[in-house]
Structures are given as structure tokens and as C-alpha cells.
Design a protein. Structure first.
Length: 171
């Protein structure tokens, strides 16, 4: 995990998408099919989001100092290509939209050296006042950072898969 950025600093990376550090597949994540178990794709996506949240100033220090955090309300994962032990991976995070209490993100998990797409995850995240344990608006400084990143990310073509729903193929 990266270190927390100062809450007075703007995110270091406005360019779309936000790119995480390269991560390694851990041996215990490999299932009996010889590939990354589906649950651990979510671990990798979550680690990627944690890195982005640090840049936005809404990581662990934000929770401790300002009693705010985020909860995932909805998640849609697509598994497109197997990942195996030894494959280096990297998550790209797009901030698709936001309002005063929610952030809509889209993440892609790619092989870090070959570039192919392994999986995607689309999420709706809620901002929570941890004292009341209820949704609450982001503070103005955080909301401004989020808006700036959403604006920067809206300047590039949206990745394939945003807004997909689970359904049988149309014949």
C-alpha cells in the first residue's frame, strides 16, 4: 500500500485512468483450476481503489481524523481472461461520475507487462459519516478533488463495459 498523501494536496494523478502500483498474485489466491480465484479479483480491485482513495484524501487517515469513510453499495465484476501465479497485474481506475454522496468507478485489471485485460469491476461507492453510520455529503475540499478527477477522466473515451448488466445474450 502507498503512503497517505497530505489532505491539503491535490491528487497527484488527474490523467485518466488512475494507475495503481504493479501487484503480484499471491500463491494462496490460486484455486484448484490453476488460476486466480474469483474472490481475489475483488481484493486486487479493492487494493487499487485504496490507492486512488489515498490520492483523493479519503483513506485511513481521513477516517481517523474526519470520521468519514466509503462503503461499496454495488459491484459488477466481469472475468475476461485468466490470471495465473506469477502474472504481474495493475489496476486502472476511472472516476465515471460523482454527486455529493456517491462515486461511480470503473476499474480494469490488466497484465502489467503484456497489457491484456483480465477483468473489470464497476462500483457505486457511498460516503459515510462514521459517527452516525449513515451516508453523508463529502466535505467541500474532498468533493472539489473528486469533481476535478471526474472532469479529467471524462475527457477520455469511456472503457468498454461501463453500464453493462447481467443478462442472457440476445440471439
Amino acid at each position: 500500500m502507498t503512503t497517505s498523501s497530505s489532505q491539503s494536496e491535490a491528487p497527484q494523478q488527474y490523467a485518466a485512468p488512475f494507475l495503481t502500483s504493479v501487484m503480484q498474485i499471491e500463491p494462496q489466491w490460486i484455486d484448484y483450476n490453476g488460476h486466480l480465484n474469483m474472490a481475489y479479483y475483488n481484493v486486487l480491485f479493492d487494493r487499487g481503489i485504496d490507492q486512488m482513495w489515498l490520492e483523493l484524501g479519503i483513506g485511513p487517515e481521513y477516517m481517523k481524523e474526519r470520521n468519514g469513510s466509503t462503503f461499496t453499495a454495488e459491484c459488477h465484476v466481469r472475468y475476461l481472461r485468466e490470471v495465473h501465479l506469477g502474472d504481474p497485474v495493475q489496476v486502472s481506475v476511472f472516476l465515471v461520475a460523482a454527486d455529493d454522496k456517491r462515486i461511480h468507478t470503473f476499474e480494469e485489471l490488466r497484465h502489467a507487462t503484456e497489457g491484456w485485460l483480465s477483468a473489470t469491476s464497476e462500483n457505486m461507492t457511498l460516503h459515510v459519516d462514521m459517527r452516525a453510520r449513515k451516508t453523508a455529503p463529502f466535505p467541500p475540499d474532498i468533493a472539489a478533488r473528486i469533481r476535478a478527477v471526474v472532469q479529467a477522466h471524462s475527457a477520455v473515451p469511456q472503457p468498454d463495459g461501463i453500464g453493462r448488466r447481467v443478462a442472457m445474450p440476445v440471439k
